[in-house]
Design a protein around this ligand. Structure first.
Ligand code: AMP
Length: 214
């Protein structure tokens, strides 16, 4: 099964993708994670992407499509992929169609996570994750049960993304509405679009996604 999770920053795509990988044995392909790893590694791609990401703008289609093509060449993706944060433009959507066709793969569903813009800045600006296991937290909505200790793995280091600040989130939302939201029309036309309410709590959203994939 190959699926796309579509939604604005803070919709919960990463959280839901991680839950789906556990349940369905799929591979999470997050272009944001791949680009952040490239920035941390100081690779050519990372050097080109760094300032664009810090500004909350979109990295060029050419770079992102290259990153995805390389990742799809790795054998674990044969188990099926959850695309998280990709595609984000019409050119990326067409490139994904082409990449999947070249590999004889099909796209099974596109799950659009519907959320209210007004809440996204607060959701994103307050979030942080465990540096060891990636468990997600939020300053006001989900603090670790024991302060400073990850509920999931007991680690004591946490991290925040450099682009999770109110100003950059607004730029990311602008980019979402200008370039990514039109993909809802593109995938509606293919008959693969399923919409879930992304405002519900995490487990309810997860249940709704399983229902639309069943
Ligand atoms: P994300 O982790 O998905 O929120 O992505 C973080 C940042 O990485 C975005 O704000 C963009 O700068 C960049 N990025 C991630 N995925 C893409 C993509 N598919 N196309 C262009 N830029 C992307």
């Amino acid at each position: 099964m190959n699926i796309i999770l579509l939604g604005p920053p803070g919709a919960g795509k990463g959280t839901q993708a991680r839950m789906l990988t556990d349940d369905f044995g799929l591979v999470q392909l997050s272009t944001g994670d791949l680009l952040r790893a490239a920035v941390a590694a100081g690779s050519e791609v990372g050097k080109k992407a760094k300032a664009v990401m810090a500004a909350g703008e979109l990295v060029s289609d050419e770079i992102v499509i290259g990153v995805v093509a390389d990742r799809l060449d790795e054998p674990d993706t044969k188990a099926g992929v959850i695309f998280d944060g990709f595609p984000r433009t019409a050119a990326q959507a067409r490139a994904l169609d082409r990449l999947l066709a070249e590999k004889g793969l099909t796209l099974d569903a596109v799950v659009a996570m519907d959320v209210d813009d007004d809440l996204l800045v607060d959701r994103v600006a307050g979030r942080f994750t465990c540096a060891a296991c990636g468990e997600g937290y939020h300053d006001t909505h989900k603090r670790p049960v024991r302060e400073g200790i990850c509920d999931n793995c007991g680690a004591t280091e946490f991290k925040r993304r450099a682009d999770d600040n109110a100003e950059t989130v607004r730029s990311r939302l602008t980019a979402y509405h200008a370039d990514t939201a039109p993909l809802i029309g593109y995938y509606t036309g293919t008959g693969k679009l399923k919409t879930v309410d992304g405002m519900a709590d995490i487990d309810e959203v997860a249940g709704a996604i399983r229902d639309v994939l069943a």
